[in-house]
Design a protein around this ligand. Structure first.
Ligand code: B12
Length: 319
């Protein structure tokens, strides 16, 4: 049992969000819809959580990341949740080991191998290394621990003149192919929740959008990937025609385009007030104000994306 864990309600929601990796939005939805924890209220009316609540929420997050539905695990006791998460994580480690015993599971090894392939302009080696990483690692680890750091290093070396536009283009072409193959390898039925992914006009960096598409596809979402540089009204049009359950937009560069606020407001008015809009990418914080004005959720990690998609899916099933 876990008596050593404090039951005093003392942590505000932002601290709980940081500790569990869940967003404040997800915490509120899970509480309201599934009663996963019962926070107390401070004198000012703010939610306060205990250590036990934090532990329970962190376990629920791990269960969701392993592919469970919140509606199925929300009522489990703390001990049962511990048991379930241990089982899921043991199985994942076992799966990693049994697929190809010779593969290393350390993301850094793949990043180093991929960079070497880029430096020597060896597209075949790069593609093989990325496919190996895709087999050996979970989708979030592939994206967050291999592809994102690799892109950052390519960007850095390119900036310092150590890599040419040719190197970057070769890497871009291979990454695009690998991510597209991950996305199209999963073929969910028409009844699956749909996610439209694109970047708005003026945003031509593509990989953030491709990452989201691949990550959502591995969670069983029906992904409608529209690529880059599309007027917001067209993104909303597709979302409506395809009966999508959410829209994901990636904002990377520039960070100060005055036209983005207008596009975002068109996106909201044409997609309707109830369509969840998710935003990510290194420029999303710079557009926080217009994003908040249209009630978009800024997503900061792949785990956060999974938890948000799972909450949207559960809302959809419950509706
Ligand atoms: C590849 C690349 C290019 C390629 C793009 C190819 C392509 N097909 O996309 C090319 C060569 C075309 C390019 C061009 C330029 N680039 Co460039 N590029 C990059 C690089 C290396 C990767 C960018 C990328 O795709 N990032 C996207 C993802 C991988 O990262 P992220 O934004 O942090 O997103 C994370 C999460 O937020 C999440 N995410 C992203 N989107 C979303 C969306 C949702 C819904 C969710 C849930 C999550 C999510 O996924 C990521 C992983 O966790 C970066 C360096 C870097 N470190 O990022 C520079 C970089 C972005 N580029 C930069 C610049 C300056 C340019 C150019 C202006 C260069 C030039 N002088 O021409 C042009 C701009 C062209 C234009 N009109 O916009 C700068 C931007 C600086 C700044 N102030 O922001 C960077 C940072 C490089 C640098 N250090 O200077 N670039």
């Amino acid at each position: 049992m876990n008596e050593h864990i404090d039951s005093e309600k003392r942590h505000p929601i932002q601290v709980v969000a940081k500790r569990t990796g869940l967003t404040a939005d997800v915490l509120r939805v899970w509480e309201k819809r599934y009663g996963v924890v019962e926070p107390a209220r401070s004198d000012g009316g703010h939610r306060l959580y205990s250590d036990q609540d934090v532990e329970r929420l962190a376990l629920l997050h791990r269960a969701i990341s392993a592919g469970r539905r919140i509606s199925r695990v929300a009522d489990l006791s703390l001990d049962d949740l511990h048991e379930l998460v241990r089982e899921d994580e043991d199985a994942a480690v076992h799966r990693q080991r049994t697929i190809e015993p010779g593969l290393s599971a350390a993301p850094d090894t793949y990043v180093a191998g991929c960079l070497e392939a880029v430096e020597t302009l060896d597209a075949v080696k790069l593609e093989k290394s990325l496919m190996r990483a895709a087999v050996a690692l979970s989708a979030p680890a592939l994206i967050d621990d291999v592809l994102a750091p690799m892109l950052a290093l390519i960007g850095e070396r390119w900036e310092h003149g150590k890599l040419s536009p040719g190197h970057e283009h070769l890497a871009s072409a291979v990454i695009r192919r690998v991510l597209e193959s991950l996305t199209s390898a999963v073929m969910p039925g028409p009844e699956a929740a749909g996610l439209v992914v694109a970047t708005p006009s003026g945003q031509i960096h593509e990989f953030g959008a491709l990452f989201v598409a691949a990550a959502a596809a591995t969670q069983g979402w029906r992904v409608i990937y529209l690529g880059t540089d599309l007027p917001a009204s067209d993104i909303a049009d597709v979302a409506r025609s395809m009966n999508a359950s959410a829209i994901g937009i990636s904002l990377v560069f520039p960070m100060d385009d005055p036209g983005i606020a207008q596009q975002l407001s068109e996106l909201r008015s044409e997609a309707g007030p109830n369509m969840p809009i998710l935003a990510g990418g290194r420029a999303s914080a710079a557009y926080r104000e217009p994003l908040e004005a249209i009630d978009a959720r800024i997503i900061t990690s792949v785990d956060d994306l999974y938890a948000t998609l799972s909450a949207i899916e559960n809302d959809r099933v419950a509706a």
